[in-house]
Ligand binder design. Structure first.
Ligand code: ZN
Length: 302
């Protein structure tokens, strides 16, 4: 078995298990300050181990931005988050006390891995997982591996074209009218009032169309930059009725027939996530597996 910590911005989900259908123990820890939140997560793993639930490695999928470069002095840290008290928090080192490999990545990348193994992107080597809720996050799998680099992709903050007639200023504190600023849940709420999921009638249709337009704009960029085989969409707003249908319709418009493949207009090209809230925790178990495999490889070769 493996251990996983999905370190989200509002709660940590801790699991010991082998996959989404094989979770032996789980706990949800509300996020407070870093020290007490991390102490609770470590306490969960200590108790699991004391109760005989052994785990071979640990995977941590953290809210970000995070430093993922292993040689970097800040590897394993949450970096410039506006979340009070959490900037420059080392969320990886405390877990080294268990004496097993500790894999570390961001939470959306963990969820992307899980959708690839068990969810809506099974069998694909090039896809993106997008979560559209209070923000927009995206994990990229390219050539069968998570795409890292100097940091990690920040798909929620790419520039998007404005929907004709849409004069909303955008709410991203950094960029105003970026993808997240125009197309995440708060952008819909600020235009319409109540939460998008609570809208009814014509407002619900307009909100879904608007969210779908901006989702399509993001997807178009992913098509042209990454040549993705599929975009898997989760999150509260992403799962709202009508949003994916609108996105498929708008994507066809926005690509203007350039480099369009028949698959782009298929039901599965912009696909609903398959694992729901389990994607993140299950993905941390895959991060643990990767950490174990990587260490074994190092030991064999050295
Ligand atoms: Zn932004």
């Amino acid at each position: 078995m493996f251990a996983g910590i999905e370190a989200g911005g509002t709660k940590f989900v801790c699991v010991v298990g082998d996959g989404p259908d094989a979770i032996a123990r789980t706990a949800r820890i509300p996020v407070r300050d870093p020290a007490s939140t991390l102490a609770d997560a470590i306490g969960f793993l200590r108790r699991a181990r004391a109760d005989g639930l052994t785990f071979e490695s640990i995977g941590i999928g953290s809210f970000g931005p995070v430093e993922l470069r292993e040689q970097h002095p800040r590897f394993g840290q949450i970096t410039t988050t506006p979340k009070p008290g959490w900037a420059w928090t080392d969320v990886r080192t405390p877990f080294l006390e268990f004496g097993v490999p500790v894999g570390f990545d961001n939470d959306v990348n963990a969820a992307a891995l899980a959708e690839g193994r068990w969810g809506a992107a099974q069998g694909l080597s090039d896809f993106v997982y997008l979560t559209i809720g209070t923000g927009i996050g995206g994990g990229v799998v390219a050539n069968g591996q998570l795409l890292h680099g100097m940091g990690h992709p920040e798909i929620g903050h790419i520039a998007v074209p404005r929907m004709p007639g849409d004069d909303f200023a955008g709410w991203c504190p950094f960029h105003g009218d970026c993808f997240e600023g125009m197309g995440a849940g708060p952008a819909i709420e600020r235009r319409f009032g109540p939460r998008a999921e609570a809208l009814e009638g014509a407002d619900a249709v307009r909100a879904a169309d608007l969210a779908g337009f901006y989702l399509a704009a993001g997807v178009r960029a992913l098509v042209y930059v990454l040549a993705v085989e599929r975009v898997v969409v989760g999150g509260g707003l992403g799962m709202m009725p009508g949003v994916l249908e609108a996105a498929r319709r708008h994507l066809a418009d926005q690509m203007h027939s350039y480099a369009v493949q028949p698959e782009h207009s298929g039901e599965q090209f912009i696909a609903a996530a398959g694992l729901g809230g389990l994607a993140g925790p299950a993905g941390t178990l895959l991060l643990a597996q990767i950490a174990l495999a990587t260490r074994s490889h190092t030991e064999v070769s050295s």
